[in-house]
Ligand binder design. Structure first.
Ligand code: PLP
Length: 344
């Protein structure tokens, strides 16, 4: 259960299924953060940030990583490292980079996008082949990179199979394109499938991973990739106002999360399947920690659930999203399931 302060209301206790970003740091995470060794990270002198970056780069078999305040910034830095102004990135039409970063890739980086629409956010390689534009000189926008999102947020936490990602890598190499992986919830994909993190690293030139979603850290993401691209991203992070000083306080939360909160994502996935069953959905359609359900009146369902102490989000007029996380234990998931069973 989580205590939530909504607007002017007094704090109230809800089961909060709106997002896995709502978690609050655990006592032991706060203790790790409070005792973190720190330095000025703009000078490259914060030992805890350096340790986190080195550890995460190693997990994905990459040369380097850069700590960023948000996943959006990691994506912007990653895509701009692969795609020059006036070039394009191909991605799925409901990808976070296309729908939820407020046009940042165009606004900051001069990058254009074309999209395919994949069932449950999946890769559609034949469509990617059709969309791909080679550099034909001063006539057409050339495709520089292809971006994939795993797990796919707006497709209900769907996992992209590693076999498809390997085919994409092969295709990208054959046409000289590069691959960006938005892995805000890649940890969930890793736990759900058992695919090693390094295998995901191998299919991408750059990845963005978040600590502040399922892993339960309060702030922070990382861009992971080749040393030269990450060095350039460090300059752009500063240019964008994202240079952070004693950020080791935050990085310590991330290191703690990597030690304690990865394997437990399996619990979140089990809780999501429990909720799916309560809502009359096939749990086999729930790959990880997100459940998407259709309702004739999504805002009405949100209000009714709230009246019974359960917070869920309307992500469209007829679509409701439930997300399980660290602050929803088994008892809370069962209680939420009871409420939702009566409302759906
Ligand atoms: C798939 C995906 N990528 C990137 C982000 C951006 O993360 P942030 O909110 O830290 O900018 C999110 C946020 O929910 C996401 O779901």
């Amino acid at each position: 259960m989580a205590t939530v302060c909504l607007g002017q209301d007094e704090p109230v206790t809800f089961i909060d299924l709106r997002s896995d970003t709502v978690t609050k740091p655990t006592d032991s995470m706060r203790a790790a953060m409070a005792s973190a060794e720190v330095g000025d990270d703009v000078y490259g002198e914060d030992p805890t940030v350096l340790a986190l970056q080195e550890r995460v780069a190693g997990l994905f078999g990459k040369e380097a990583a850069l700590f960023t305040p948000t996943g959006s910034m990691a994506n912007v830095l990653g895509v701009r490292g692969l795609v020059a102004p006036g070039q394009e990135v191909l991605c799925e039409s409901s990808a976070h980079i296309a729908r939820a970063e407020l046009g940042a890739h165009g606004a900051f980086s001069g990058v254009t996008m074309r999209t395919w629409t994949g069932e449950r956010g999946q890769l559609d390689l034949p469509m990617v082949r059709r969309l791909f534009a080679p550099d034909l000189g001063p006539f057409f926008v050339p495709t520089a990179a292809i971006s994939v999102e795993n797990t796919h947020n707006f497709a209900g936490g769907a996992v992209l199979p590693i076999a498809d990602l390997r085919s994409l890598r092969e295709y990208a190499d054959s046409v000289g394109a590069r691959v960006h992986l938005d892995g805000a919830r890649l940890w969930n994909a890793h736990v759900a499938t058992g695919v090693p993190l390094a295998d995901y690293g191998a299919i991408a030139d750059v990845l963005a991973v978040c600590l502040s979603k399922g892993l339960g850290a309060p702030v922070g993401s990382l861009l992971v990739g080749p040393a030269d691209l990450v060095a350039e991203a460090r300059i752009w992070r500063k240019r964008m106002g994202g240079g952070m000083r004693q950020a080791g306080i935050l990085a310590a939360g991330g290191l703690h999360a990597l030690d304690h909160h990865v394997e437990r994502l399996a619990d979140d996935h089990a809780h999501a399947r429990l909720l799916a069953v309560a809502c009359g959905l096939d749990p086999a359609g729930v790959d990880t920690n997100i459940v998407v359900l259709e309702s004739a009146d999504a805002p009405g369902l949100v209000a009714a659930a709230r009246d019974q102490g359960v917070l869920v989000s309307a992500v469209g007029p007829t679509t409701v999203r439930l997300v399980t996380h660290l602050d929803v234990d088994r008892a809370a998931a069962e209680r939420a399931a009871e409420v939702l069973r009566t409302l759906t």
